[in-house]
Design a protein around this ligand. Structure first.
Ligand code: PEP
Ligand code: MN
Length: 293
């Protein structure tokens, strides 16, 4: 058993886990997803649909977001839906579509894995593995993510404290994989006017506690399309290293989370505004180099 050398207080006075701690490693960790770097001066924008639905939907969306400032494409093939009767994702067919859009555009892809039995399959297609909010404390899955050989996007559990979040990351680092990006995606509170309460105070707090990059998901964080731009800009202003946002070529027809998905035009307008906010905090939005489509 390793001892925990870190005694940084997270209000409760308890310590945060050792490998994720700034005390163990002062300098920022750079997470490299096929050349797209999180944790550097440049802010990484991840965009795409909640779920991969069809070739047309994915390709139309991907082509547009890649031309307008997204460096990584998101899209779920295995979806954690609240109801078992809702669209569950295309499974391996969705992974194949993601991989073919990567070949066309050069855009790396991030997609969720929900089950240890799917880790090998998902890792064979994806450039970055996503562990969703509902699985943040699925410890066997976290251990698999630690040995999968791919960078990991770890989303904060909707009821998780920052200490629990950092402990979840520690499970991955403990297996020898330090390529972990943390994502604040909103927490459950008494407030019901938004889907979740986006805890932007988590960003500066996490940046002080850990060397890992921190990004924000204003789509799930609000669940309200018109609020996404305001909260995305706020996230950049408070020091986020990136954003992950749901964008759909026809939000009104989306099979999943259309009400919080930006249209293609809304996304490109937002990136124009984000560039100005980034400059104000001495940063810039990473512009993808490899778009060919
Ligand atoms: C998602 O990003 O597709 C998702 C399901 O998010 P979360 O795990 O944050 O709910
Ligand atoms: Mn979604």
């Amino acid at each position: 058993m390793e001892t925990n050398p870190c005694n940084t207080a997270v209000k409760s006075g308890s310590s945060i886990p050792s490998k994720t701690s700034r005390k163990a490693k002062a300098e920022d960790t750079i997470v490299d997803v096929n050349g797209v770097k999180f944790g550097d001066t440049e802010i990484v924008v991840i965009a795409g649909p909640c779920a991969v639905e069809s070739r047309e939907q994915l390709f139309e969306t991907a082509r547009s977001v890649s031309k307008n400032g997204a460096s990584i494409l998101r899209g779920g093939a295995f979806k954690p839906r609240s109801s078992p009767y809702d669209f569950q994702g295309l499974g391996e067919e969705g992974l194949m579509l993601l991989s073919s859009i990567r070949s066309e555009t050069g855009l790396p892809v991030v997609t969720e894995v929900m089950d240890t039995r799917q880790m090998e399959l998902v890792a064979s297609y994806a450039d970055m593995i996503q562990i969703g909010s509902r699985n943040m404390q699925n410890f066997p899955l976290l251990k698999e993510a630690g040995i999968c050989g791919k960078p990991v996007l770890l989303k904060r559990g909707m009821m998780a404290t920052l200490k629990e979040f950092l402990n979840a990351a520690e499970y991955i680092l403990a297996q020898g994989n330090n390529q972990v990006v943390l994502c604040e995606r909103g927490i459950r509170t008494f407030e019901t006017s938004t889907r979740n309460t986006l805890d932007l105070s988590a960003v500066p707090m996490l940046k002080s506690l850990t060397h890992l990059p921190v990004i924000v998901d204003p789509s799930h964080g609000t669940g309200v399309r018109w609020m996404v731009p305001a909260m995305a800009k706020a996230a950049v202003a408070v020091g986020a290293d990136g954003l992950i946002m749901e964008v759909h070529y026809q939000p009104e027809n989306a099979l999943c989370d259309g009400y919080q998905s930006l249209s293609l035009d809304e996304f490109s307008g937002l990136v124009t505004d984000l560039k100005k906010i980034a400059v104000a905090v001495d940063r810039e939005i990473l512009i993808p180099k490899t778009v060919t489509a």
